[in-house]
Design a protein around this ligand. Structure first.
Ligand code: ZN
Ligand code: ZN
Length: 229
């Protein structure tokens, strides 16, 4: 067995171990779209990735998941620190699409909208740009820094904009135990590997950056994250 102190590091090797262990314990690891269409009642991990910083980190996570036969939902920003229409991002989006990962919008609309009324305009605009970049309809949305946002769209607004799901809605939260690795710190003060077999349904938000970035730059990024990327 691994030594406890090394075992739960935010490194790609441990990310892979979590997937392997979850599968061994009978969990189905799925995307938001698959869950919404699934009526089965069994052990599940709803797997969400918010691509806050770089598509390169997303690609590294996706490659591991592909090797382990897992699919998840990657939420991309349109107004973030990377260029959603750039050639580097395009390659990652193509890889995800070709390998049946789900792509959603990680919306900054709430941070930038000046009024409630231009919130939906901005959300629809972000959706359209991401759909152009991906070459497919985008059906699910999550929010970047929701606590800092002036406004958040309600269910009616997101459906008017053509989304089917909001990652925060009850469908994906009722009956699930949520854990997230925000700022490389577990929200539940417990690595998700230690929730396996104790919780039947887990909603895991894993930011690719914390697992894939070099340890040496992780601390700098954590500092920057305090002010918002
Ligand atoms: Zn762990
Ligand atoms: Zn975010």
């Amino acid at each position: 067995m691994f030594k406890q102190e090394n075992r739960c590091d935010f490194i790609l090797q441990h990310y892979r171990e979590i997937l392997i262990d979850a599968k061994k314990k009978g969990y189905q690891i799925i995307t938001f779209g698959s869950y919404a269409n699934l009526k089965a009642d069994k052990k599940l991990i709803l797997l969400r990735h918010d691509v806050d910083l770089s598509p390169d980190y997303a690609r590294e996570i996706a490659e591991i998941e592909k090797e382990e036969g897992v699919r998840s939902t990657f939420f991309f920003r349109v107004q973030g620190t990377y260029n959603i229409l750039g050639s580097k991002t395009k390659k990652v989006l193509s890889y995800l699409k070709e390998n049946q990962f789900e792509i959603g919008l990680h919306s900054d609309a709430g941070l930038f909208a000046e009024t409630q009324s231009n919130l939906s305009e901005m959300l629809a605009f972000e959706k359209k740009i991401l759909e152009f970049a991906v070459g497919a309809k985008i059906l699910v949305v999550s929010y970047h820094l929701p606590k800092k946002s002036r406004f958040l769209p309600d269910g009616k607004t997101i459906r008017q904009c053509g989304f089917q799901y909001d990652a925060g809605e009850p469908l994906f939260n009722d009956g699930f135990v949520f854990n997230s690795d925000s700022d490389a710190k577990w929200k539940r003060d417990l690595c998700v590997c230690q929730m396996l077999d104790k919780n039947e349904r887990i909603y895991l938000l894993a930011h690719p950056v914390w697992w894939a970035a070099d340890r040496s730059i992780r601390e700098t990024l954590r500092e920057e994250a305090k002010n918002g990327f």
